[in-house]
Ligand binder design. Structure first.
Ligand code: NAD
Ligand code: UDP
Length: 310
């Protein structure tokens, strides 16, 4: 069935892939973005499509939200490099912005998916992280504007569901990478690839023994779409990510190998509150969404590197 779908943050990395996928699936898409961390070039190829509409506004205050039957709320800066420069915007995009969209979903009788994050688990003391783990977040630390606002954003979605019976689900997204990440985004995959292609040393923070589990963008978008499609989900929150856990040193070595660069590795100080380990328990998504990531790190890195070379 063709639907009219609002994607906030639609000009960003994940959002632009999602807009493209939804249009390919035959839907009408309204993309709302303030171009804070997103880029016009990510959606330029969609702008002539009659099924695509762009609204350049801030999600916290957007005055012209369109009537839709589905809402994906992705608008929020997501790079730790932005947490020091834009803490207020980030905190409010996930709280005030989420409330604004929940009210709109109620008024339009729309189903909504909120893009939360593995950061709600903070520096986890339970490993891997199941959805039932409540996390270990430093609420006043430099990452608090992001982690804690995603947590409260989730709380709001549950409150709207309880009080108004609103159909809203949450995806806890674990580190996702791929084409259209900005080279200067600050997150580790685009940073390492850019450094390797420029022949400068890869900057591993700390001893590099901290772990992440990297998911390729196509897999993640499949998961988001499956979560939206599911009627009567058993749970209102699902982890989405790849559970193939790597140390950051292993990632650096994989990028060096895949780019065949002469770059070496240099160590820089570990940022404040950098989580030591992260790996999603994805049993829920496997069982209920019939979803699992399919693209391994080598293949995903090769696709991403080709994009960066272009
Ligand atoms: P991104 O920075 O590429 O995209 C975010 C988009 O939201 C950008 O286009 C930006 O301009 C827009 N935006 C930010 N604040 C806004 C505001 N106040 N009003 C309107 N638009 C605004 O980042 P991304 O990686 O694509 O992340 C998208 C979403 O997914 C975010 O909510 C992020 O928290 C979540 N997420 C991403 C990852 C990941 O690994 N990529 C992991 C966990 C969660
Ligand atoms: N990191 C790194 N070098 C960089 C950028 C990041 O070693 O140039 C590390 C960072 O300290 C963290 C991991 O890579 O341990 C993932 O960082 P990213 O910012 O991509 O995402 P996070 O999972 O921390 O939100």
């Amino acid at each position: 069935m063709q639907r009219r779908i609002l994607v906030t943050g639609g000009a960003g990395f994940l959002g632009s892939h999602l807009c493209e996928r939804l249009i390919d699936d035959g839907h009408e898409v309204v993309c709302l973005d303030n171009f804070g961390s997103g880029r016009r070039r990510n959606i330029e190829h969609l702008e002539d499509d009659p099924k695509f509409e762009l609204i350049e506004q801030d999600v916290r205050t957007a005055s012209s939200l369109p009537a839709v039957d589905r809402i994906y709320h992705l608008a929020s800066r997501a790079s730790p490099a932005d947490f020091t420069d834009f803490p207020v915007e980030i905190a409010l995009a996930n709280t005030q912005g989420t409330k604004h969209l929940l009210d709109h979903a109620r008024a339009s009788n729309a189903r909504m998916v909120f893009a939360s994050t593995s950061e709600v688990y903070g520096d986890p003391e339970v490993h891997p992280q199941p959805e039932t783990y409540n996390g270990n977040v430093n609420i006043r630390g430099v990452r608090g504007c992001y982690d804690e606002s995603k947590r409260f954003g989730e709380t709001l979605t549950v409150a709207y569901n309880r009080e108004y019976d609103l159909d809203v689900r949450t995806a806890r997204i674990f580190n996702t990478y791929g084409p259209r990440m900005r080279p200067d985004d600050g997150r580790v995959v685009p940073t390492f690839i850019t450094q390797a292609l420029n022949g400068t040393n890869l900057t591993v923070y700390g001893d590099g023994k901290q772990t992440r589990s990297f998911c390729y963008v196509e897999d993640l978008i499949d998961g988001l779409v499956a979560l939206m499609r599911l009627d009567d989900p058993k749970y209102n929150v699902y982890n989405l990510g790849n559970n193939n856990e790597r140390t950051i040193l292993e990632l650096a070595e994989a990028v060096i190998k895949a780019t065949n660069t002469n770059s070496d590795i240099t160590h820089e100080p570990l940022p404040e509150d950098d989580p030591r380990q992260r790996n999603p328990d994805i049993k829920r998504a496997k069982n209920d969404l019939n979803w699992a990531p399919e693209i391994n790190l080598q293949e995903g890195l090769n696709k991403t590197i080709s994009h960066f070379q272009d």
